[in-house]
Design a protein around this ligand. Sequence first.
Ligand SMILES: *[C@@H]1O[C@H](CO)[C@@H](O)[C@H](O)[C@H]1NC(C)=O
Ligand SMILES: *[C@@H]1O[C@H](CO)[C@@H](O)[C@H](O)[C@H]1NC(C)=O
Ligand SMILES: *[C@@H]1O[C@H](CO)[C@@H](O)[C@H](O)[C@H]1NC(C)=O
Ligand SMILES: *[C@@H]1O[C@H](CO)[C@@H](O)[C@H](O)[C@H]1NC(C)=O
Length: 518
Amino acid sequence: MAAARALLLLLAALGPAAAVWPQPLRQLSPPAAARCPLPPGRFRFSYAAGSAVGPGCAVLDEAFQRYRALIFGASLPRLLGASCASGQCVLPPELGKARQLFLASSHAARPACPGDEDDPDFLVLMAVLPGALLTSSLSSLLLQYYVNETEIVDFPRFPHRGLLLDTSRHYLPLKAILQTLDVMAYNKLNVFHWHIVDDPSFPYESFTFPELSKQGAFNAMTHVYTASDVQAVIEYARLRGIRVIAEFDTPGHTLSWGPGAPDLLTPCYLGKDPSGTYGPINPILNSTYQFVTSLFQEVGAVFPDYFLHLGGDEVDFTCWKSNPQIRAFMEEMGFGEDYTKLESFYIQRLLDIISSLGKGYMVWQEVFDNGAKVRPDTIIHVWKNSPPYKEEMANVTKAGYRALLSAPWYLNRISYGQDWMAAYQVEPLDFTGSPEQKDLVIGGEACMWGEYVDVTNLAPRLWPRAGAVAERLWSNATVRNLQDAYVRLASFRCELLRRGVQAQPLFVGYCDHEFDGF
Ligand SMILES: *[C@@H]1O[C@H](CO)[C@@H](O)[C@H](O)[C@H]1NC(C)=O
Ligand SMILES: *[C@@H]1O[C@H](CO)[C@@H](O)[C@H](O)[C@H]1NC(C)=O
Ligand SMILES: *[C@@H]1O[C@H](CO)[C@@H](O)[C@H](O)[C@H]1NC(C)=O
Ligand SMILES: *[C@@H]1O[C@H](CO)[C@@H](O)[C@H](O)[C@H]1NC(C)=O
């Protein structure tokens, strides 16, 4: 916790309007708090004595570098077109001739910052800024940084604080996913639920079944996630304390799988003849389970998290009902007309396969609703609003399963006004149940379904609205004052702009650093 405390302390320090989001458990400033100058050139993070980890802990060492850049403005070299790696910046040739820093201020041509010389970023900026580039966005150079003496003790309320991105309805470029992971980390969200494939497209490049993306992606060259893309996402997330849980939703939501996997989907019938269209995965063929075993063997190895999300939602029975072989199978199995039994038949075989791979699973609530036999450590993902999700939370936890809440947090849905407030006012434990039931709620996920979202509007729609969910899942249940949250969230959103994130405004106002990512 020592390192997390240090980060928070600095985030709290970024100016008079700065405030911490999500709100920490405890944040104390002594009555006569010292206001300490923070010279960028000499500032260093360090590990507190007695920390569980020390120098050489790659995750924290890299976090220190990132936050150092965030605090003192790494966006400046980027604005100048410099390419930076490991703290060293190389300037584009046209700026190569170093020019004297020209500052329109009462300072001398070069501010007196002893010690700055050994800071490569700062030196670059000092040397090359031509006067013409000195816009208001660069004025942070002139700022003095201060940190108020503050002690922060912090711990999350819920362990699972997730965000779902849907990369099937629209393809999201790798960069957009990586930026989302950055902003998730700023919000202390720690699970990236990657709804990677669905009906519209199959962008995941499988090495076991390459035809799936060759035939199922929007474009097999440009709109796919290669093995190295997937590794990049997992590693980028890991360094930010974020788990990646992949979802391969079956047996419904699989239309894009069909072209690359012959016989996997159920042929629908029109009267006595196949209509040429396809429905959910065909649950009556042995070949289906061979396919599913091989695919999940791969997926289970590629995504190291213990949990896979297996979907299981919204299975449309009309195609199954139309198919004579399926109807004969229903009769043979004694399922009558109850197609939820057929769905559960499939799901149970799938769950056995996943268990045999040594993986745990999360499923959408229908799997529970339809009475499939699931392992005791299954996580049930509650997403429906009717019947009311509170009833479902009660039922799931009463049955002894862990519950994950998303129903009130479909952020792809937007409405005029400050709709972050509704997300913020949710109380995940507000349902009828015993304390033991409440203990089974592991957290929640904000969802960004992709019907109307691609890279053009992803960031503004997510941020800062997903921050409302993040604080609800991180902070004490008692932290729910809307006026206070508004002030802190508006300030946090300005900080996101300063960091180059295209976060939308909450309401009327301005930021010292407006978005300048053009
Ligand atoms: C830091 O302390 C000064 C007074 O010493 C106060 O004006 C300022 O608002 C404080 N900043 C933060 C972020 O609390
Ligand atoms: C499917 O597998 C089961 C059990 O392994 C076996 O009894 C059955 O004959 C197989 N069906 C077909 C059509 O191969
Ligand atoms: C919860 O369980 C009760 C009792 O079995 C049932 O009547 C109700 O429909 C269930 N609610 C949901 C949302 O499934
Ligand atoms: C949350 O706030 C309440 C009321 O201030 C307090 O009693 C409780 O200890 C807090 N929870 C934690 C985990 O600190």
